[in-house]
Design a protein. Structure first.
Lengths: 379, 379
């Protein structure tokens, strides 16, 4: 099917891998950061098994980068996040939260430090370039903020390391978790990092010249063929098993880091300023009124992910909402993330979830739901 | 078809009119400001004729509002736009551009002044709440910035006035172009304005309590039945006939107001500050290198809107890109907006447009392509 027949307009941007993903069987797209993202290559369970047994290649160019450079780049970057960056090294990546003056979460990007005065924020779904440019207006900091020509791919799954060796040679095995490296592939300029949004071993490959989109995609697919590499998309099943949040679904501008249980990403005791520090101090003192929990939902297997927020009840009282839910064919359970009043958040608490098909029992359980490799969760 | 079958997730927000639009025949949706917007009720030409002959009701809740209140609300709002707001009255609306420090356009919202210290920005597709909150951080201005519970509908077309009388009584005929009024409809709290994104006579109806989404939609459809009101969507054909721009397609952060020919929306000589003033002064002095033009494109009728940016050539040299193109069944012409190097922008210039189906001749023409009512364009 030629791209014309999808009915795409120019108001939503296409990735440099767009044509390649259509050629490789993308059947439906969603929109993320004003760009199309392939979200359907057939059966989502097959995509999940491809990911956990072999490897998948995903177009995540929608993780649009915000580049921070200039003499005050490091100080400005610290201003944007409650996570302590003082010991961050060149070549390191960090999962960070960005907060506004009220302590609300604006995004949960991966921060990449390419040089002492050169950072990228690899974004979840909100216009952080506008936020950062707005903050800079009166900040007095000397920084340059722009979107560079950078388009990431995710190569994720247990066979991803072998495919990376095929592409980049044995040296790539030295790349540690949450580290990045600037490199080339047959003249194509790249940054490669050991990160991803899958809870599996994996890599992100940041293309630094969109003209090579098609070439890069084909080159990786070719290298991956012997290892069972398939074109794919970020897996709702796997990321929920891993307890990873999807911004705009599981958190938004009205959610604070403590509600998400992300205390480890907030340092209120450093001697540096960041936006939201006073508000987060107050929230920590007062305590939160709701928390994110993992739920196992009873009843028959869910047909697909929830398409609305499902109310969560306890003893006739509404306590919150299921934000993401899906059936895990590996766990053979319906698993979910929910934001629930603290009264209903203790492990083992019995709750009721109101789905469009009726009420179901649910139990608060530990997250992640599945974690074969605890050390991955701690970076 | 129940909403579940569309495969919608919770990561993209649903409008309070979502269920109503599905019930009334919405077949496909796009995404705008992180929300679903119905973009297909069948034939887009039928939607166009419904709009120009009768009236259509469109869910434009995606025009998410940024509310600016507080003691410095007026000064802060002026800081965000190059348009002179000093004479803006309570009850007035203005089409404004928002610019960053480089003079790039971040959005082209409708600004509504509800009180001396109470403004709404009714947005095109970018996260201006984040921009505004970022600007506020170090600005020293005392403002509150949030998204209120407000969801606009557009009632557009020549019969819209009669439908409004049916709903609100004869008094609504006093509402002038680009004026707003706070009112109620059978207890439903609303703001009504004589604005819209159609180039036809029309109204926007801002629902102030999302719980009434379904009720309001049904009430308006019922009142409109004798006047031929149909459910619809913003019409690419009609907005292009009117030469109206679609943000992210025809302009983005790298486009400045002068390139768009929107000099009338930029006041560089006032004694107030706004973000981008110095940059826009420099651009005005140096002159722009490209300009938006209207094109009539030859050859057979286009099947649908362009799905990619089409290169524009002259004498073997690439001069720019077609940003939006469509066939107008009323004008019986292919019409387009393009950003072209100034050398190719004089009326009557002959250019070449490279479509996926091959090169076609094109001529630079005046915008709007169709304007039955010149006074509407001047507000």
């Amino acid at each position: 099917m030629p791209p014309e027949d999808f009915g795409f307009g120019t108001q939503i941007r296409k990735s440099p891998y767009f044509d390649a993903t259509v050629r490789w069987g993308a059947r439906a797209f969603s929109v993320y950061n004003h760009m199309y993202i392939p979200r359907d290559f057939g059966d989502p369970e097959e995509n999940f098994w491809n990911l956990v047994h072999h490897a998948i290649l995903c177009d995540v160019a929608v993780e649009r980068q915000v580049e921070i450079t200039g003499p005050d780049a490091a100080r400005f970057t610290q201003l944007l996040t409650p996570r302590d960056l003082s010991k961050m090294q060149v070549g390191q990546c960090k999962y960070v939260l960005l907060t506004n003056a009220e302590g609300g979460v604006l995004n949960d990007p991966i921060l990449l430090k390419l040089a002492e005065d050169h950072f990228w924020l690899s974004l979840a779904d909100s216009d952080i370039l506008l936020w950062a440019q707005g903050v800079a207006v009166h900040s007095g900091y000397e920084v340059n903020l722009r979107e560079p020509d950078v388009s990431p791919l995710q190569l994720q799954g247990p066979r991803s390391a072998e495919i990376m060796v095929e592409l980049f040679g044995e040296g790539i095995m030295d790349l540690r978790y949450y580290r990045l490296r600037e490199c080339e592939l047959e003249g194509i300029p790249l940054v490669v990092s050991r990160t991803g949004w899958s809870s599996e071993r994996g890599y992100e490959i940041y293309l630094r010249d969109s003209a090579y989109g098609d070439t890069l995609w084909e080159r990786i697919m070719e290298a991956g063929r012997p290892f069972g590499l398939r074109p794919g998309h970020t897996s709702t099943i796997r990321r929920l098993e891993g307890g990873m949040l999807s911004y705009q679904a599981d958190a938004d501008i009205h959610t604070n880091p403590f509600e998400l249980g992300m205390d480890r990403l907030v340092n209120l005791d450093g001697d540096y300023e960041f936006i939201g520090k006073a508000a987060l101090r107050r929230i920590r003192e007062e305590g939160v009124r709701r928390r994110q929990v993992g739920l196992v939902i009873g009843g028959e297997r869910l047909r697909g992910p929830n398409t609305t927020f499902w109310p969560v009840w306890q003893g006739g009282r509404e306590l919150g909402q299921v934000t993401s839910a899906v059936y895990s064919p590996r766990l053979e359970q319906n698993i979910a993330l929910a934001l629930v009043a603290t009264a209903g958040t203790a492990l083992g608490t019995e709750l009721e979830v109101v789905t469009p098909g009726g009420a179901r029992p649910a139990t608060v359980v530990e997250r992640p739901f599945f974690d074969p490799n605890k050390k991955l969760a701690s970076a």
